[in-house]
Design a protein around this ligand. Structure first.
Ligand code: DGL
Length: 264
C-alpha cells in the first residue's frame, strides 16, 4: 500500500494525481484535520503529529508513505528518515519539497514566487533546496495565513476566501514583478486559485503532477518497495476530524465524495 499523509485534506491534491497516474496501486490516505493547520505550530509539535500519522499508515499496511504536506516535510522528514525508520525495515517515507524544487529547476526558471504556510516559509527549506540545485535563483516567499483554514472549513467559495486570494496573489505579483512562475508550495492551496478574478499572467505550479511523476521514477528504482504494493486499485481514506464534514470538503479536490473513516 502507498500511504499519503497530510495535516488535513490538502494532500488529496497529491493523491488525486497519484490515482490518475498510478490507478493500480492500493492507497491509504490519512489527513489529520483535527490538528490542522500545522503551519502555525512549532517544529516539535509538527514532528510528533507527523510521526503519529506515519505510524498509523504503517499500521494500515503502507510500505511507502508520502508526506503530501510541505509543512510536515520541512519540519519532520529528516528526523523521520534519519532517526525513526530503523525499527521499520523495508519501509520508507518521502517528502515533496526536493522533488518540487528539482522539477522547477529542470524547467529552467530563475525567478519564482512561492506561496507556502508560515512554518514552511520560516524553515527556509525551499530556499535551501533551490540554492543547492541552482545558486543565484531569485525566490520570494509569501504565507497567506488563512488559506488552509478556508479549505479545511469547506469555505473556498466564500467571499472572504475570494478576497484573500485576490489580496495575496496581487501582493505576489507586485513583490516579484518579473517572476516567471508561481509555486503553490502548500497542498491545500490549489483548491483556492480558481477564484482569482483575472487571468494570472504567469504559470502556476501545483505539486500533484510533479509528485506523481517522481513517484513513478522512485518505484522503478526501488523494486523491493514496488513489489510489495498491492495492485487492486483500492483506496482507503482516514481522518482525525469529523467524517461527514471532511468527506464533503474533500470534493473540491477529488470531484466526488470519498468515504472517510475515523483513524482509530
Ligand atoms: N497542506 C500543508 C502543506 O502542504 C499545510 C497545511 C497546514 O498548515 O496544516 O504545507
Amino acid at each position: 500500500m502507498i500511504g499519503i499523509f497530510d495535516s488535513g485534506i490538502g494532500g488529496l491534491s497529491i493523491l488525486r494525481s497519484i490515482h490518475k497516474r498510478h490507478p493500480q496501486y492500493r492507497t491509504v490516505y490519512f489527513g489529520d484535520s483535527k490538528n490542522a493547520p500545522y503551519g502555525s505550530k512549532s517544529q516539535d509539535e509538527i514532528i510528533d503529529l507527523t510521526w503519529e500519522g506515519v505510524k498509523f499508515l504503517f499500521d494500515q499496511g503502507a510500505v511507502l508513505v508520502i508526506l503530501a504536506c510541505n509543512t510536515a516535510t520541512a519540519a519532520a522528514l529528516r528526523v523521520i528518515q534519519q532517526e525513526r525508520l530503523k525499527d521499520y525495515p523495508g519501509r520508507n517515507v518521502l517528502g515533496i519539497i526536493l522533488p518540487t524544487a528539482e522539477e522547477l529547476v529542470e524547467l529552467e526558471f530563475d525567478r519564482i514566487a512561492i506561496l507556502a504556510t508560515p512554518s514552511t516559509m520560516a524553515s527556509g527549506s525551499y530556499l535551501t533546496e533551490f540554492n543547492k540545485l541552482k545558486p543565484g535563483m531569485h525566490i520570494t516567499q509569501h504565507a497567506p495565513e488563512d488559506w488552509v483554514n478556508f479549505v479545511e472549513a469547506n469555505e473556498t467559495q466564500q467571499e472572504a476566501a475570494r478576497a484573500s486570494v485576490k489580496k495575496h496573489i496581487d501582493a505576489v505579483l507586485k513583490g516579484l514583478p518579473d517572476a516567471q512562475a508561481i509555486l503553490l508550495a502548500c497542498t491545500h492551496f490549489p483548491a483556492l486559485l480558481h477564484s482569482y478574478p483575472e487571468r494570472i499572467p504567469i504559470p502556476i505550479f501545483a505539486q500533484g503532477g510533479i509528485v506523481a511523476a517522481r513517484l513513478h521514477t522512485y518505484l522503478k528504482r526501488h523494486p523491493e518497495i514496488e513489489t510489495n504494493i498491492e495492485r487492486d486499485g483500492d483506496h482507503l481514506y482516514f481522518t482525525s476530524g469529523d467524517v461527514a464534514h471532511v468527506s464533503k470538503a474533500a470534493e473540491v479536490f477529488m470531484g466526488y465524495t470519498p468515504r472517510f473513516e475515523v483513524n482509530v
